[in-house]
Design a protein around this ligand. Structure first.
Ligand code: MYR
Length: 185
């Protein structure tokens, strides 16, 4: 039935966005469920989700750089802020805060208080050990690798395991300096 008062364009777009987000969340849930059925071992599912994320990350970086107009970051601190505030917003619709820096400035945590991937999700006891959102760690690792940063990305806190937030630790292992491909004559 048509609404008595026509909805504004903004309201319609907000609704479409919400439906898209829900569809995305439910689709991801279906993928995890299928992997649990196919692979049986939770550890294998964690690996597979991370690998899927990595494969997405190495492609998604192009779209990210093209759409965001982000230029080269001066250091890893800036890179972490860009991921948290621009990357997460662009692909997940939420931002993260960056904290828990080590003294060298090569290891930090991205804290997600709101994580659309886990809307509607409740894990049964049989899924203990599952890192349900492991696709995200893979995405970050893959994307950073394409801009010359080898990282290790691990979950430190997970609300599906009873923690009070999602905390993704990102550790810079190696930064490959990019070489200017042409010789100046
Ligand atoms: C630079 O080249 O210095 C800029 C590097 C920016 C890297 C940003 C990576 C974005 C990753 C998005 C992750 C989204 C997760 C949902």
């Amino acid at each position: 039935m048509a609404p008595a008062v026509p909805r504004s364009g903004d309201a319609i777009f907000a609704n479409v966005e919400r439906v898209n987000a829900e569809l995305f969340t439910l689709t991801y849930g279906a993928i995890v469920r299928q992997l649990l059925t196919d692979l049986e071992e939770v550890e294998e599912v964690n690996k597979q989700l991370d690998q899927m994320g990595y494969n997405i990350g190495i492609r998604l970086i192009d779209e990210f750089l093209a759409k965001s107009n982000v230029t080269r970051c001066v250091d890893f601190r800036e890179t972490a802020e860009v991921i948290a505030k621009v990357g997460f917003k662009m692909f997940l619709g939420v931002t993260a805060s960056v904290t828990n820096w080590d003294v060298e400035g090569t290891c930090c945590s991205l804290i997600l208080e709101d994580n659309p991937l886990v809307d509607f999700v409740e894990l049964p006891d049989t899924c203990q050990g599952l890192y349900y959102c492991n696709i995200l760690s893979g995405v970050v690792r893959g994307a950073l690798e394409m801009v010359s940063m080898k990282t290790e990305v691990t979950w430190v806190r997970d609300m599906l395991r009873g923690d009070d937030a999602f905390e993704l630790q990102v550790k810079l292992l190696k930064q490959v300096p990019e070489e200017y491909p042409y010789k100046d004559d």
